[in-house]
Design a protein around this ligand. Structure first.
Ligand code: 5AD
Ligand code: SF4
Length: 473
């Protein structure tokens, strides 16, 4: 959490370039090896698990060492310029290895592939394959094309692809928590955001396939699932069989009913779409975690309008009130952008004051980065000077430090049910887990015979701004 707050361009890039190699089967059974690195949001990491499944079925085994791979893939992010720069740097590193290993293919997947399309192939000849987020089923065919020396590109976006029938290969999993993608794409046209262009129209996945995936994970020992979508509250699936519809609140309930021992989280919620029905469903089921990621982006109504967020400052504040009314101990986190087009000093102050009002436990904070093709890039001047953006961002970061510390201090003296995720980073004599509000709690193992995936009650005796420290009760 600490580096998330200190590194200004965090959030998505916070998990950068992680490589995975699941060896569910004998690695020698595969005729070829692939290596995959993921950048960006949770959705991208989740997509890489789908890609791994498709490649496994096509006879590719994974490796953690890209130098021994026949196929090197980067699942990329375009959300800010910095994210794309990181990928480009990585591609030039791969290029060096490729020069010594002629058969090796390099592919770019995800949002950057979708945004830059065939342009990526032309540029500096770094890449052999370009595959957009809705085209992963065609990967095996594209690999063959690339092997034959052709330029392999598929960046077609789909109106109905949800990969519902593909059972993701869980990469780098702690065996306790997993992500389940419940919808793809985004229909909100936030003016700063490239996602509607890179991930296409919104579509919801078959509710029964989601429940089946969650049940399967639970049966395999997982204790927590996070339902993922760019805008989960607008989940809406029509069951053609009997022409009934499933809303997000109903989906939450269906997953919650699998077992009281299975925790459910979800992300991301758009303030305009989260309903009372969802809040009541959260309150009704103990295993639906009391935590909502509710990005505000800005605290000023004029700026929110320019961003096309479709709510006002006051409307957002009422939403926070409603959450606190229905779920009094709910954790709330946010995404915040500093220095959006034409933002004044006073408007920036509104962002700081809405943070105070909302008492965020945590925030992902960025300065505005203009993205080509977005509505903001076309309509507004990116006119807040970089030093001003950075200074405002620092004020937001400082504010969040203070709020996180205060939030943690309010928890000292309380007891929480914690799901153990593993040993703490600092000591193998300590466990690390999370409470329902998504806060990290570290505590000594003592003489108890506990393991990863167990629930335990922990009394919090102290804290810093990132972590609660406690003792088993
Ligand atoms: N510049 C800065 N931050 C952005 N985000 C999205 N687009 C941009 C951009 N162009 C932030 C938003 C979003 C989060 C995932 O990334 O806060 O909620
Ligand atoms: Fe990045 Fe957005 Fe694409 Fe996720 S959906 S990888 S955050 S651009």
């Amino acid at each position: 959490m600490m580096d998330l707050l200190t590194d200004n361009k965090v959030h998505d890039e916070a998990r950068q370039g992680e490589a995975y190699a699941p060896f569910a089967h004998d690695p020698n059974q595969y005729k070829k090896r692939f290596y995959i690195e993921s950048y960006g949001c949770q959705m991208n990491f989740s997509d890489s698990e789908i890609v791994a499944s498709i490649l496994n079925d096509a006879g590719f085994g994974a490796t953690r060492n890209f130098e021994e791979a026949d196929l090197v893939l980067l699942n990329t992010c375009s959300i800010r310029e910095k994210a794309e720069q990181t990928v480009r740097k990585r591609l030039t590193e791969f290029r060096k290895v490729k020069d010594t290993k002629p058969g090796m293919l390099v592919g770019v997947l995800g949002c950057m592939a979708e945004r830059l399309k065939a342009k990526l192939l032309e540029e500096e000849k770094l890449v052999d394959m370009v595959v957009g987020p809705d085209a992963y089923r065609t990967l095996p065919g594209l690999v063959e094309e690339a092997e034959g020396g052709q330029k392999a590109v598929n960046v077609l976006l789909s109106r109905d692809e949800t990969y519902a029938d593909i059972s993701p290969v869980r990469l780098e999993s702690n065996g306790v928590s997993a992500f389940i993608s419940i919808m793809r794409g985004c229909n909100n046209m936030c003016t700063f955001c490239v996602v509607p262009f890179t991930r296409g129209r919104e579509r919801s996945r078959d509710a029964f396939s989601i429940v089946a995936e969650a049940r399967d994970l639970f049966e395999r020992g997982y204790k927590e699932v996070t339902l993922l979508g760019q805008n989960v509250d607008s989940y809406y699936w029509n069951n053609e069989a009997d022409n009934t519809n499933v809303t997000f609140a109903q989906l939450l309930e269906m997953v919650a009913l699998i077992s009281p021992e299975l925790r459910i989280r979800f992300s991301t919620s758009h303030p305009k779409d989260i309903t009372d029905e969802v809040l009541h469903t959260m309150a009704k089921y103990e295993n639906i975690c009391n935590y909502i990621h509710l990005p505000v982006q800005s605290g000023n109504t004029r700026v929110l309008q320019l961003m096309n967020r479709t709510y006002t400052r006051e409307w957002y504040m009422k939403k926070v009130d409603r959450i606190r009314e229905i779920i009094p101990d709910c954790g709330i986190s946010s995404d915040i952008i500093a220095g959006f087009c034409s933002e004044t000093e006073e408007e920036h102050q509104d962002t700081l004051s809405i943070m105070d009002y909302s008492k965020y436990d945590y925030s992902y904070m960025f300065f505005y980065s203009e993205r080509p093709g977005t509505l903001a890039a076309r309509r507004y001047a990116d006119d807040v000077p970089e030093e001003v953006k950075k200074r405002r961002l620092q004020e937001i970061v400082d504010k969040q430090y203070q709020l996180s510390l205060e939030s943690n201090q309010r928890d000292v003296g309380k007891t929480f049910k914690v799901l153990i995720e593993g040993e703490s980073k600092k000591s193998d004599l300590e466990w690390m887990g999370r409470n329902s509000q998504n806060k990290v709690i570290v505590f000594p193992k003592e003489q108890y015979d506990l393991k990863k995936g167990d629930y335990v009650n922990v009394h919090v005796h102290s804290c810093n701004k990132a972590t609660l420290m406690g003792k088993i009760v």
